[in-house]
Design a protein around this ligand. Structure first.
Ligand code: PLP
Length: 388
């Protein structure tokens, strides 16, 4: 067991998950059947939102939310520089442009100040600000919603890391402050469905529009058809949508995993505490991610901050040394404006907080199936890799 490879993240599939999928396979529906509705209801309830719209992945969740909001050419979406590129790409899918916001160098999160600065650079065109709850942490959601609203825009939460997180005692994604929140069920995320996504909102019209767009823009409800005399086969395409549907097979897995969310959250919290304690005992030049006030995160990642320049070792060397001890690690994220596509589009961006965050971050393994000993083992391997 000592040499068991520890990836930085991994799904946990138990008998209940397998049974749930098999049950759907034996049933009548493989896609867009009753399991989708059951998942949507359970998810909405879990995060305290009125509506939840299931879709094929976290990227299509972002695209649906922005498209249903009416984002289009001439609009700007504000996106923090530290995120997965899908957050920015979704804006471009809609024909909008992106203004990248800087982040706090110690949390990796866009702050009210960096959001306000980015709104200024959007020059009156800001339509949506996407806040990314990096690693599952969040901050000042109410304050940011107010800032955005004063600029005539709305806040959308990219909560792909934050299922199970709470802010000021309430679940993230409940739609109290933001127009919508998006989630991913990719296997490295806290809830795995193979692929899968969800958008939550309190806005019934937005939810209806997202349901329309996720299946080609086809309206099934005859009461909403533009043509009044409907033949029995009549169905109407009312907007240009896509096939962004989730299958019932995936929904069954997501629903079963959602029932385990309490256990997932508790275990991630225990493991994060074990890391915090082991790192502080080891007295290494390694700091856990700066924690934000008012947030009780279900950590999706366990990023640490290491001043590689100061210790005179490169991140690549440390990652290779960890891998040599059977420990995976990863970097979340390369600043999106530094991707060649975005640099070609917008030029080099001067975002010092994002640069400093990126220079020091390293994500250590964090997933449900880790043992109580694993955070200590990773810390020992890190100490060896750092040569302390
Ligand atoms: C994973 C992720 C996405 C995209 O989700 P997919 O399901 O992989 O399409 C978007 N934003 C963030 C912050 C993510 O971590």
């Amino acid at each position: 067991m000592a040499n068991r490879f520890l990836p930085y993240g991994r799904q946990s599939i138990d008998h209940s998950d397998i049974a749930a999928v098999v049950e759907v396979l034996r049933g009548d529906w493989l896609t867009t059947g009753p399991t989708i509705e059951a998942l949507e209801e359970a998810f909405a309830e879990a995060v305290g939102a009125d509506h939840a719209v299931a879709c094929s992945n976290g990227t299509t969740a972002l695209h649906l939310a922005l498209a249903a909001e009416g984002v289009g050419p001439g609009d700007v979406c504000i996106v923090p520089a530290i995120t997965f590129m899908a957050t920015a790409n979704a804006a471009l899918y809609c024909g909008a442009e992106v203004v990248f916001a800087d982040v706090d160098p110690d949390t990796g999160l866009m702050t009210p100040a960096s959001l306000a600065e980015a709104i200024g650079r959007a020059d009156g065109h800001a339509r949506v600000a996407l806040q990314v709850h990096l690693a599952g942490q969040c901050e000042a959601i109410d304050e940011m919603a107010e800032l955005v609203s004063a600029a005539g825009a709305v806040l959308v939460e990219d909560a792909c890391h934050a299922v199970g997180s709470r802010w000021k005692g309430e679940p993230v994604g409940n739609g109290r402050h933001a127009r919508a929140a998006t989630f991913s069920f990719h296997p490295v995320k806290t809830i795995a469905a193979g692929e899968g996504g969800m958008v939550t909102t309190r806005d019934a019209a937005l939810a209806r529009r997202m349901r329309l767009l996720r299946s080609h823009g086809i309206e099934r409800d005859t009461a909403r058809h533009e043509r009044s005399e409907s033949e029995p086969w009549w169905h109407e395409m009312q907007a240009l949508g896509w096939n962004y549907r989730l299958s019932d097979i995936q929904a069954a897995l997501a629903l079963s995993q959602l029932r385990r969310l309490g256990a997932f959250t508790a275990r991630r919290r225990e493991l994060a505490q074990a890391y915090d304690a082991a790192l502080s005992r080891a007295n290494l030049p390694v700091a856990p991610l700066q924690r934000t006030p008012d947030c009780d995160p279900c950590l999706h990642l366990y990023p640490v901050r290491i001043d590689f320049e100061a210790i005179g070792r490169s991140r690549g060397e440390i990652m290779a040394a960890l891998a040599g001890q059977g420990i995976g690690s990863q970097v979340h994220y390369i600043p999106v404006p530094d991707q060649p596509f975005y640099t070609a589009r917008y030029g080099r961006q001067d975002l010092p907080g994002a640069r400093r965050y990126y220079a020091r971050t390293l994500s250590l393994p964090l997933f449900f199936g880790m043992t109580d000993e694993d955070p200590g083992r990773v810390t020992d391997a890190l100490a060896a890799a750092l040569g302390t």
